[in-house]
Design a binder for this molecule. Structure first.
Ligand SMILES: Nc1ncnc2c1ncn2[C@@H]1O[C@H](COP(=O)(O)OP(=O)(O)OP(=O)(O)O)[C@@H](O)[C@H]1O
Ligand SMILES: [Mg+2]
Length: 607
């Protein structure tokens, strides 16, 4: 096959997949909305904060006790108090550990519950959104929102609020204790705090961001790899191996260099932190010893010096956590922006307030001067009107992109008409309860959808309360029983999502069984154009006759045999119905339909 595209010299690296932002500025409105989810757990959150504060006080008591041990027992060689001080340290450390454990358990459960509620709300909303929403977004991106974006809030839910509060308090407690030990030395050691803050609040977020970029690049490479593997046949057919290798090579190298960069700055952090601590310690020792000897400051002792150094060492941890929280918050904002973008999308197609249920459908369908387009600047149907009596089979034919699927999308109210009306049994479908409308309709889409689960589950999707026998009877009716029984576990055979284990024809037969089981008053069948072997073709033909029996049906067919049997054939083109009538009438008329069939015959003969 000819390689039609000329090779260009453009950068072949994959762009980081997202046009989606990773961080967004903090938006108080989002935080307020998020707190709605925390409301039911208010008492648990307050309890966690108290427990954490207790833990941090217990934790910070140890250096103070050690200072007493050094100054009052070890240096003066008076050991009577020592066992008690040892006991106090043991108790305070144990208490701190127990409190932390309790808090983790408490907040882990609470955070996950809040997350589950948010995920449920999001899922429920997505389920109700109209087709127009899905038209403009890929399933992959929606999935990322439901899974990754919601998960990225977990840390914020479980640790964020509680840790933020306790960390701020801890920093103040440490500072207070240092001042209590010795004001002068405390002020000297605070001199290193700006350096510490710079490391934690500037370098650290930079490191996090760099790592995130590396991860994003790796995941886009994974995506590319996946695409290449699944499209390997097309790649080889179009001789695109070299281009793909080049893209992969550049992306791969790009990842390596980003990774090196990340490692370089990452390696600067910990030594930097050590250095700052070291400088702090030196300052404390230097001034401590200086003041102790030169000025004879009696308030400085070995215990005070040691206590100071311990406290300084503990200073960085809450600060570090606060900086983590800040980055977490920025990431959470980006996720929330995307989550609320979905949550705030209004459900475009819904029942009107108090809309009555549609009574059992007899099957009359009317289009009254229907105008419709998917976008405002495009019109697919321009003033379409027709009337269909109950029980009729209507075949919609016409060139690709003419609007056949669009007509049926309007009958099921997947979209609302721009003007005019679609009526069923005389009821405008916008005025009746949506559920009662769709429940009485059977729809088989152009691409048959098979859900993951067993074949039985897939047939039962048509009517959830159907018994196994009813499902099997439906499968028998449409001649699907035989091939199902030939599968390893019969009806209990697991088919994965999209039914990749089934042929196109088999998927269609299962969809027929599903439709027959639902027994809808109006059936819509958007047939796939796929070529099917003659044996399955006959099976499908027979199944179709069975399914169409006794109900109003709209069939978008590509098989002349199906079309010929229809009560009325409508030729859809140029934004309207150009012709309507039976096969014989239209053939006699020698109009569009006649030419369409002639062309199809010519095509078939040419094969
Ligand atoms: N979801 C959508 N968003 C925007 N435009 C759409 C959408 N679906 C279809 N269209 C456009 O509307 C027109 C009619 O599409 P429709 O799917 O009804 O054609 P069709 O007659 O069913 O074609 P085919 O025989 O190929 O299935 C086409 O021009 C198509 O590009
Ligand atoms: Mg179509």
């Amino acid at each position: 096959m000819a390689n039609v595209e000329t090779r260009d010299k453009r950068d072949k690296r994959l762009r980081i997949t997202d046009d989606e932002v990773i961080e967004a500025p903090i938006n108080p409105k989002y935080i307020r909305r998020l707190f709605q989810y925390a409301k039911p757990y208010k008492s648990k959150i307050v309890l966690s904060v108290i427990v954490m504060l207790l833990a941090s006080v217990a934790n910070l008591a140890s250096p103070l006790i050690m200072q007493m041990a050094l100054d009052d027992c070890i240096v003066p060689q008076n050991f009577t108090m020592l066992p008690w001080l040892a006991l106090a340290i043991t108790v305070s450390s144990t208490l701190a550990a127990l409190c932390v454990r309790w808090k983790i358990k408490l907040m882990d459960i609470t955070g996950r519950k809040m997350l589950a509620t948010l995920r449920e709300d999001l899922f429920n909303h997505i389920q109700e959104l109209g087709f127009d929403f899905f038209d403009s977004r890929s399933a992959g991106k929606i999935m990322v929102r439901v899974i990754n974006d919601v998960n990225s809030l977990l840390d914020l839910f479980t640790n964020g609020v509680v840790n933020a509060l306790t960390n701020v308090v801890t920093v103040f407690i440490i500072a207070g204790l240092m001042l209590y030990l010795h004001v002068g030395l405390a002020l000297v050691s605070f001199a290193v705090l700006p350096l510490l803050a710079a490391l934690i609040f500037i370098l650290k977020p930079h490191i996090t961001r760099t790592w995130r970029k590396v991860r994003a690049k790796i995941s886009s490479m994974n995506g590319y790899l996946h695409e290449c593997l699944s499209g390997v046949r097309v790649t080889q057919a179009y001789v695109r191996e070299e281009e793909n290798c080049e893209t992969f090579r550049q992306t791969n190298r790009d990842i390596v260099s980003s990774w090196m960069h990340a490692i370089r700055i990452n390696n600067a952090f910990w030594p930097g932190l050590e250095l700052v601590s070291c400088i702090g310690n030196i300052l404390i020792y230097f001034f401590g010893v200086q003041w102790m000897h030169a000025t004879g400051d009696a308030a400085i002792s070995v215990g005070v010096l040691t206590g100071m150094i311990w406290y300084l060492g503990r200073f960085w941890q809450p600060l570090n956590q606060l900086s983590n929280l800040f980055t977490q918050l920025l990431v959470a904002m980006a996720s929330l922006e995307r989550i609320y973008d979905i949550m705030d999308t209004p459900v475009s197609i819904k029942s009107k307030e108090g809309a009555p249920k549609l009574p059992p459908i007899k099957g009359t369908v009317d289009f009254e001067n229907v105008v419709f387009g998917y976008d405002t600047n495009q019109t697919v149907l321009d003033g379409v009107s027709f009337h269909v009596d109950p029980g009729q089979t209507i075949a919609l034919v016409g060139p690709t992109g003419a609007g056949k699927s669009t007509v049926v999308n309007l009958i099921t109210r997947f979209y609302d008409v721009r003007s005019g009306a679609v009526k069923i049994d005389g009821h405008d479908i916008r005025d009746v309860d949506l559920r009662s409308l769709r429940e009485q309709m059977g729809i088989m889409m152009q691409d048959t959808f098979i859900f993951s689960g067993t074949i039985m589950d897939n047939i039962r999707y048509g009517r959830l309360d159907a018994t196994d026998e009813e499902c099997i009877a439906a499968a028998r009716e449409v001649n699907a029983h035989d091939f199902i029984m030939r599968m390893e576990k019969g009806y209990e055979t697991e088919v994965n999502e999209r039914g990749s284990r089934l042929s196109v024809g088999q998927k269609q037969l299962i969809a027929f069984a599903r439709a027959l089981l639902a027994d809808p008053a109006i059936l819509i069948l958007d047939e796939a154009t796929a070529a099917i072997d003659t044996h399955t073709e006959i099976l499908i033909q027979k199944a179709l006759e069975k399914v169409l029996e006794g109900r109003t049906s709209f069939v978008i067919a590509h098989r002349l045999s199906t079309i010929r049997q229809a009560d009325c054939i409508m030729v859809v083109a140029d934004g309207g119905i150009l012709e309507a009538g039976t096969h014989d009438e239209l053939m006699a008329k020698k109009g569009h339909y006649y030419h369409l069939t002639q062309a199809q015959y010519a095509f078939l003969e040419a094969l």
